[in-house]
Design a protein around this ligand. Structure first.
Ligand SMILES: Cc1cc2nc3c(=O)[nH]c(=O)nc-3n(C[C@H](O)[C@H](O)[C@H](O)COP(=O)(O)OP(=O)(O)OC[C@H]3O[C@@H](n4cnc5c(N)ncnc54)[C@H](O)[C@@H]3O)c2cc1C
Length: 470
């Protein structure tokens, strides 16, 4: 289990000096120094990690205040943890002992919806669902759709390059970003792009900061790409007697060139957990369920689902049902979004995030099942099968003294299996604090050295989220 170091990286006197100056020069910044307040910023949603207690928590409300805080942090050599809504699943926003956590949730204004250029300019603390709702009211669509969309922030989505339920068709967060405003470790404010759909001036810094998990700078504004609102969703559910068959159906849909907006998988354990909680009438005897959604316009939606159904039938899918209307479709999607919460009702969940080239989903499913069974560990798998991205969830009793080591071993074997299939140890949640030792294994020492050189150039004192990612 990846424990955080408990020795403070920041000298308490340096933090005290920063706070003293901040109180005078940055009066608008809300500061929490009380231990009870700081405690609520210790963890993100990575329930199995141990994390440090921040020495102080700062909530700025403007770019100037973020820049002021980073200038002070760099002068006093205080370690900084950027934080959005704290829903991350890799420990990226979890506390570092004695450090300053900078929380961006007060920067929660949508600055402009630019209909003429199909983009929106927003601060980082806006919740994903709020942004989606605001642009939908204008007949527009912001695509990135993590299952946590009602609670996670745009800044966190950018910093993790979040995925979600509609990447098959619309890509990850990075595919919807046109430009960023970023505050660097020394307080310098830079802009990396803007409203131009095409812009190749210099290195693509935008894409460097997207997914950098708060290790290279703090995102204080983003220009995000919008699309015209798509058609209402049509939904198909297909149940299978084996995980293999469900995996085969996914591979067949990909090979047939289908691009549904959503292609999600839930295994039996997950279906049972969701059904126990929400009583949707899902088939709990099946080994796996696929959810396929189309947002194609008019008759094209039915045609897309017909093709998906044919692939499911060919892979021995049974009890194939379609949502009666948009309301039922919303219910089903919501059930999928709640899969993690449903599993958390049954124990502590160690959620992993492996990915493989899409045609290899059946092999990955087999490997996960085999590894968990070999170690006698309870594992529920769901995920974005259409992206080749699965979440094996290892469920254990938090008080079991052997669980930490055992689930860690199972995780390592699943990672090795994913890499052997040409995959990744994290498709959307990030390396963060939880998966660091696997970065050189996957990318190689040369690539990690290049990343380190970028980190050293942008943050020479190493104050931004140290010991995360690299
Ligand atoms: C129930 C549930 C479902 C989820 N489903 C999905 C899913 O479908 N797809 C998916 O990708 N993720 C999913 N997640 C994980 C999580 O919601 C995403 O990673 C999300 O993008 C994190 O956003 P946040 O605002 O909570 O960021 P935080 O957890 O606060 O931070 C995440 C990382 O971003 C950095 N950061 C935050 N804000 C900034 C900023 N302004 N500038 C620089 N760095 C910053 C932090 O340092 C940290 O490293 C899920 C989580 C839960 C609990």
């Amino acid at each position: 289990m990846a424990a955080q170091r408990s020795r403070p990286l920041t000298d308490p006197a340096s933090l005290a000096a920063l706070l003293e100056e901040a109180r005078h020069t940055l009066p608008g910044v809300r500061l929490f120094t009380d231990a009870v307040d700081r405690e609520s910023y210790r963890l993100d949603e990575t329930a199995y990690l141990t994390a440090g207690l921040p020495g102080a928590v700062a909530l700025p409300s403007s770019t100037d205040e973020v820049a002021g805080l980073l200038r002070l942090a760099s002068r006093h050599r205080v370690v900084v943890v950027p934080r959005g809504a704290g829903t991350g699943l890799s420990g990226g926003a979890a506390g570092i002992e004695g450090a300053l956590t900078i929380v961006l949730t007060r920067m929660d204004r949508i600055l402009e919806i630019d209909r003429a250029n199909l983009c929106v300019i927003t601060q980082p603390g806006v919740i994903n669902a709020t942004l989606k709702g605001a642009v939908a009211a204008e007949g527009l669509f912001y695509a990135p759709d993590p299952a946590s969309y009602e609670t996670c922030s745009i800044g966190g989505n950018l910093a993790t390059n979040a995925g979600g339920l509609c990447c098959v068709k619309y890509g990850q967060t990075r595919d919807s970003v046109l430009g960023l405003e970023v505050v660097l470790a020394d307080g310098t404010v830079i802009r990396t792009g803007g409203r131009n759909l095409k812009d190749v001036a210099g290195y693509s810094l935008t894409h460097l900061f997207v997914g950098s998990q708060g290790t290279l700078g703090i995102i204080t504004e983003a220009t995000l790409r919008l699309r015209p609102a798509p058609g209402p969703r049509s939904t198909l559910l297909a149940f299978f007697d084996t995980l293999d068959a469900a995996g085969d159906a996914v591979a067949a849909m990909t090979a047939a060139g289908l691009v549904p907006v959503t292609l999600e998988l839930m295994d039996r354990e997950t279906v049972i957990a969701v059904e126990d909680w929400h009583h949707l009438g899902l088939d709990v005897t099946a080994a796996a369920m696929l959810m396929v959604e189309s947002d194609a316009p008019g008759a094209a939606a039915a045609a897309e689902l017909d093709a998906a159904e044919a692939a499911c039938v060919a892979a021995a899918g049974r009890s194939i049902v379609r949502a009666a209307d948009a309301r039922e479709a919303d219910w089903l999607r919501q059930a999928r979004r709640l899969a993690l919460r449903a599993l958390e009702r049954q124990g502590t969940v160690r959620m992993e995030d492996v990915g493989v080239p899409r045609a290899r989903v059946p092999e990955l499913l087999r490997a996960i099942e085999r590894i968990a069974a070999a170690h006698g560990v309870r594992c529920a798998t769901f995920g974005h099968a259409g992206d080749g991205n699965l979440h094996p969830n290892l469920i254990f009793d938090h008080d079991d003294p052997d669980a930490a080591e055992l689930t860690h071993r199972v995780r390592d074997e699943i990672f090795r299996a994913a890499l052997d299939l040409g995959g990744t140890v994290t498709a959307e949640h990030g390396i963060g604090a939880a998966r660091r030792e696997w970065l050189p294994v996957q990318r190689g020492e040369g690539a990690v050295a290049a990343m380190r050189a970028i980190k050293d150039a942008l943050d020479p004192q190493g104050i931004l989220n140290p010991d995360r990612v690299l």
